[in-house]
Design a protein around this ligand. Structure first.
Ligand code: URA
Length: 207
């Protein structure tokens, strides 16, 4: 699996705002949007394009358009915080949704929503999952997408734990990971350390 860790001063600034426990919810949402823009921009580097001819006011020239409409898949809830960034760069993308809740005792994901096209063959897919912790939720989503024909899925995460990266690598799936940080590891409740806490709660409030 190719792992690309975003190395950019603006990404570091946005990530620091996200990590800071004193950051307010509106500021957290805005910083996540900013960082997701950078991550999606990098993740989109591998999208296939088709040459097109356009006329400028001066001459005819060759440009590009995306060859295939990508599918963006936020893992609910927290992945929703990254969706507007994907829409900004890839407005024609189809949005699919996978809702996973984490059992706080077993840390295993349980599915409460799957709204995904039946056939993803030949479609570029970006999976938006801000916290790659154990990798359990991401793997569940990735297997579902792979079973529907998706290949070369790009996982877009804000903070990744080595354990989650190892789980993705061990899956044998054809993947690329774009992340802003690889942190130290997981604590005994499977939160990423230092991490940024519960991304869903910080975005939307604790329910
Ligand atoms: N999910 C989160 O939101 N944060 C973590 O640290 C781990 C999983």
């Amino acid at each position: 699996m190719q792992v690309d860790v975003l190395d950019h001063p603006l990404a570091a600034v946005a990530l620091t705002i996200l990590r800071d426990e004193s950051t307010s919810r509106p500021t957290f949402r805005a910083a996540l949007h900013d960082l997701a823009m950078m991550l999606v921009y990098e993740a989109a580097r591998t999208l296939p394009t088709t040459p097109v001819t356009v006329r400028t006011p001066l001459a005819e020239t060759t440009g590009a358009r995306l060859a295939v409409e990508p599918v963006v898949v936020p893992v609910l809830r927290a992945g929703l915080g990254m969706l507007p960034a994907a829409h900004a760069f890839v407005p024609d993308a189809v949005s699919a949704f996978i809702g996973l809740a984490r059992d706080e005792e077993t840390f295993q994901p349980t599915v409460y929503l799957e709204s995904v096209p039946a056939d993803l063959t030949g479609r570029p897919v970006l999976l938006l999952d801000p916290m790659l912790a154990t990798g359990g939720s991401a793997l569940h989503a990735l297997r579902l997408l792979a079973n529907r024909g998706a290949r070369g899925i790009v996982v877009v995460s804000v903070v990744s734990a080595p354990e989650g990266i190892a789980a993705l690598e061990a899956s044998g799936l054809d993947l690329r990971l774009v992340t802003a940080a690889v942190d130290d590891g997981l604590n005994d409740t499977a939160y990423i350390v230092p991490g940024l806490g519960d991304a869903g709660d910080r975005l939307f409030g604790a329910v």
